[in-house]
Design a binder for this molecule. Structure first.
Ligand code: PMT
Length: 413
């Protein structure tokens, strides 16, 4: 990778968590690799690590308030602007729930948050949340992470281990060496270097609705979050992404072409038109396997009789693509199972002629429908099985795309 840090201007932002005690070592490592480092610390951060230590290792003054204690020149009041222009990358480690909330809301009441807003567009921001695992997985923190991810920030999931609370689990900040490696990788990898750059990727997402009559339908709990996360991550890697989605309440990720559909037949027809031209087809939608044979026009009237609904099979979109795909095309699917179901996932991989399948199970607490996290087991066509931990759906999507990139390169395409 060479020394990508040499001569780079890096801002290190430090928030108030116990992991802040590791940041002088982080600054020292960055300097050792040839980077120029400036440090911004929040009031909370300064309670855990001394500004004197940070100033000593960085060789520079440490920034905390937007308002300097004494300013006779007036220039210090615009320091966030000049530093925002100066920086090649911004690393926030550790990031607390409070600062994530401020960053996602666009608040800037200290130097760290003001620098985040003043940073030049397109400069990488790496955020390392560190906190108790339950806090990290709470809906508020996950919502803020989703907002920041959608803005293009890279959020690096905390690691599992012993926590300051005495509990053990998800929440630890990665070691400084690992943070430096993540930064090096980010600075080294541009979208142009991804094998997916310029490739056409079709992603299906969300539920389908199968009409019973004019006002009722059969559907499922899919929110579209997983499929949208995949589309977002693929677009960030420079892919030309088409997202065919059932009815969901989600914003279109930047750079993604979106086609809204309602029923499985509509999803089938919209997807089919891309079968020939796409390089990778990812089926993340929860497509209804059946539809009412004869939907009623208008609203069915209630009477005292029981009714019988005849359901007929919908086409299997992914299986059709799997059977038709030509060399150079990859088919990737999901398998949602209510039990462990790995064998079922393997069966789907084979019968649908897929290159990769992501198994997830349905518990609506940690994985599968609706929640912000997922627990995926990836199985490729050679039987290689990779178990991923519980991750935010955006991180799970990144890991899935890493596996797709590997397969693509391995196949020699
Ligand atoms: O949308 P979220 O709330 O974020 O939830 C994500 C998810 C649980 C919907 C997603 O992770 C997931 O598992 N999607 C597939 C769900 C599913 O329908 O699984 P399945 O085992 O029934 O289908 C297997 C594969 O065939 C899937 O890739 C599916 O998209 C595809 N399929 C199925 C039926 C059909 N008629 N056409 C298809 O393309």
């Amino acid at each position: 990778m060479g020394n990508v840090l040499r001569g780079k201007n890096i801002i290190v932002g430090i928030c108030g968590g116990i992991a802040a005690y590791k940041t002088p070592q982080l600054v020292r490592l960055l300097k050792k690799n040839g980077a120029n480092v400036r440090v911004a610390v929040t009031d909370g951060g300064a309670r855990f690590v001394s500004e004197l230590a940070l100033a000593t290792v960085s060789g520079e003054r440490v920034y905390r308030s937007i308002f300097p204690p004494v300013d006779t020149t007036g220039t210090d009041y615009t320091r966030h602007i000049s530093l925002g222009e100066w920086a090649d990358a911004f690393v926030i480690a550790p990031a607390t729930a409070n600062t994530l909330a401020k960053l996602s809301a666009g608040l800037c009441d200290d130097m760290l948050t003001a620098l985040f807003i003043a940073l030049r567009p397109g400069k990488p921001v790496l955020i390392f949340p560190a906190m108790d695992g339950q806090m990290f997985l709470s809906p508020s923190v996950q919502r803020n992470i989703a907002i920041l991810t959608a803005q293009g920030c890279s959020i690096i999931s905390p690691e599992s281990g012993e926590l300051a609370s005495g509990l053990s689990g998800l929440g630890r900040m990665p070691e400084p060496e690992s943070i430096v490696s993540s930064l090096e990788e980010t600075l080294h990898s541009s979208p142009e270097s991804s094998p997916l750059h310029g490739k056409s990727i079709v992603v299906t997402a969300g539920p389908t609705r199968e009409k019973i009559d004019g006002v009722r339908f059969i559907s499922n709990y899919s929110s579209g979050k997983m499929g949208f996360a995949i589309a977002r991550a693929a677009a960030k890697r420079g892919a030309l992404v088409t997202l065919v989605t059932g009815p969901v309440h989600l914003e279109t990720p930047p750079g993604v072409t979106r086609l809204d559909v309602e029923s499985a037949m509509e999803m089938h027809n919209a997807s089919q038109s891309f079968f020939k031209g796409c390089t990778i087809f990812v089926g993340a939608a929860a497509v209804s396997d059946y539809r009412p044979a004869a939907p009623y026009e208008g609203k069915m009237k209630k009477d005292d009789q029981e009714i019988e609904l005849t359901l007929i099979k919908n086409p299997d979109i992914l299986a059709e693509f799997g059977m038709q795909k030509a060399p150079g095309q990859l088919a990737v699917g999901f398998a949602l199972e209510t039990q462990t179901g790995l064998d079922n996932a393997r069966k789907k991989l084979n019968t649908k002629n897929l290159d990769l399948i992501a198994f997830n199970f349905f518990d609506r607490k940690t994985s599968g429908f609706e929640v912000d996290t997922n627990i995926l087991t990836l199985i490729d066509k050679d039987g290689v099985t990779t178990e991923l931990p519980q991750l935010p759906k955006d991180s799970a999507a990144e890991r899935l795309l890493d596996a797709i990139e590997k397969l693509y390169v391995k196949a020699g395409y």
